[in-house]
Each structure stands twice: as structure tokens, then as C-alpha cells.
Design a binder for this molecule. Structure first.
Ligand SMILES: O=C(O)CCC(=O)C(=O)O
Ligand SMILES: [Fe+2]
Length: 268
């Protein structure tokens, strides 16, 4: 794992709200991430229906637009030991924390995102407004398990929007342009694609606008991702991925420091 960061990469992340680290995983690590992700996704989908192949292709209602954006599996580390080992790697927290300029990193949630062959585009959106904490320093890693290209739905960003975004959000719906309703001035910003080789990692700020194109190939575009919360972040009242029993114990303003729910994977 290539964990060294140049000052230029850190500055670029801070300025643009995203940065691509080419060759983040070596060939052996990439193989491990691929097989662990595949196993964890199959396990999760078979737990859902007992037939992962059907589920992989027909998530929920197959006619739903969103089912064909990607197969989405959240919090795989909760139930898969191999994924837990990958996600709890302190080095991931160190790279994320160094880019974000924070002293500690907790896992918000991991997430496998597999855009199917000829799958729909991922509409422009912000991540942090979905989550149960509000931080201008939240950060996610997006690891390409296949080469991510302009053809198969690589990530795209609106640079600098992490500095402008409020917590208003449009959700991820059918319309690519919905995010521009609360932020019409962003229509003037030129989007930047982040194509990268398999094994590369793209990091983005949870308030940086991003989306992905249609997959115009007959192969899936697989990514394994994890969203991180800066240590010390506080509860904002939203449930998101928190289990009900834990959510019910929280008051707005409480520090989210439960290591079962949000493991601290790195501290400066
Ligand atoms: O993989 C995609 O198409 C979208 C990923 C995304 O929105 C994210 O990682 O926050
Ligand atoms: Fe996102």
C-alpha cells in the first residue's frame, strides 16, 4: 500500500476536494481486495434472498432506476472478517486523516459499489448531508477494483465545491441535475473526471459534489469504498446507518465515539 503523500497531493486535495492516488494498492493487495469484496458481497446478497446471482442483477425491483445504478452493500465489515481486516487497516486512516488534516479517523461505513454492465449513471450528489454528523472534513476512499474509465463510469467531481456546500442536499435520484437546484451557481463549474487504473484510490471530501457516468461496457465497474468521520464529530439527529438501539440513546451534540459502531482506526 502506497501510503506516502506528497505535499502537492495534500494541497490538491485541500484545494479541489478530491485527489487520485495512482497505484495505491500493489498487485497482490488488489487481488485480495477483489476477492474479499466479491466474497463479502456474495455473502450479503445470499443472506438477502438465498440467490446472490439473482440479487446481484435484480437488486430490489430490477426496473428501478437505482437498482441499475449499482449493487450497493453497506457495512460489510460488520459481518465479514476478511473485510473487517481490510477496513480496520490503520494505514487507510492515516492517509485519510493526513489528507483531511484531522487528528483521528473513525469508520462511518464501508460500502461496495458495483455498477452493472450498461448500468445507469450516478447522479451528482454530496455525501455528508446523508450522515449522522456534519463535518467539513469528512472524507471517503473509493478504491477501483477494475480500471475506472470514461466508458465504464469513473468518478467525476466539481472541484472546490467542498468549500461552498451547505448541508442542503438533493439526494441521489433519477435526474443527474437535481443537485444544481440548491446550488445553481455550480452549473458554471467544469467537472473533472477521475479515471484510474484498478488498485488506485480516489479520496474525496464528503461535501465535494461528485457523480459517475453511465457504464457503456458489457463488464461491471467495481469499487470498494469507505466513508470516514473525523474523531470528535458529534451527532446531528439523523439516523442514516446507525442501528435503532444505538440511535435511540443519542442526543444531538453527543460525541460519536462508540468503537463498536464507529471504530477509531487511526489517531495521530
Ligand atoms: O461509485 C459511484 O458511482 C459513486 C460513488 C460515490 O458516490 C461515493 O463513493 O461517495
Ligand atoms: Fe457519494
Amino acid at each position: 500500500m502506497k501510503t506516502e503523500l506528497t505535499q502537492e497531493q495534500i494541497d490538491s486535495y485541500q484545494e479541489n476536494g478530491f485527489v487520485c492516488l495512482d497505484g495505491f494498492l500493489d498487485a497482490g493487495e488488489l487481488e485480495t481486495w477483489r476477492s474479499v469484496t466479491e466474497d463479502a458481497v456474495h455473502q450479503r446478497l445470499s443472506a438477502r434472498t438465498g440467490n446472490w446471482e439473482k440479487d446481484l442483477n435484480n437488486q430490489g425491483n430490477p426496473d428501478d432506476f437505482y437498482a441499475q445504478v449499482f449493487t450497493q452493500c453497506v457495512r460489510l465489515a460488520d459481518s465479514h472478517e476478511g473485510m473487517k481486516e481490510l477496513m480496520f487497516d490503520e494505514r487507510l486512516g492515516q492517509v485519510a486523516g493526513t489528507l483531511a488534516g484531522v487528528d483521528g479517523i473513525r469508520i462511518w461505513h464501508d460500502q461496495a459499489l458495483i455498477k452493472p454492465p450498461y448500468g445507469n449513471a450516478t447522479a451528482w450528489h454530496l455525501d455528508n448531508p446523508y450522515w449522522s454528523f456534519s463535518s467539513r472534513d469528512s472524507i471517503s476512499i473509493w478504491v477501483a477494483l477494475d480500471d475506472a474509465t470514461l466508458h465504464n463510469g469513473c468518478m467525476w467531481y466539481l472541484p472546490g465545491t467542498h468549500k461552498l456546500a451547505t448541508y442542503e442536499n438533493s439526494g441521489i435520484g433519477f435526474n443527474m441535475r437535481d443537485l444544481f437546484k440548491p446550488y445553481p451557481e455550480w452549473l458554471k463549474i467544469e467537472a473533472v473526471p477521475a479515471p484510474c487504473k484498478a488498485g488506485s484510490a480516489v479520496f474525496h471530501n464528503g461535501l465535494c459534489a461528485h457523480g459517475a457516468g453511465t457504464n457503456m461496457t458489457p463488464r461491471p465497474r467495481r469499487a470498494m469504498t469507505c466513508a470516514y468521520m473525523p474523531d470528535g464529530s458529534t451527532f446531528n439527529g439523523q439516523k442514516n446507518i446507525l442501528p435503532k438501539e444505538y440511535f435511540d440513546t443519542l442526543q444531538v451534540g453527543d460525541v460519536l465515539d462508540n468503537n463498536e459502531q464507529n471504530p477509531l482506526i487511526w489517531k495521530k
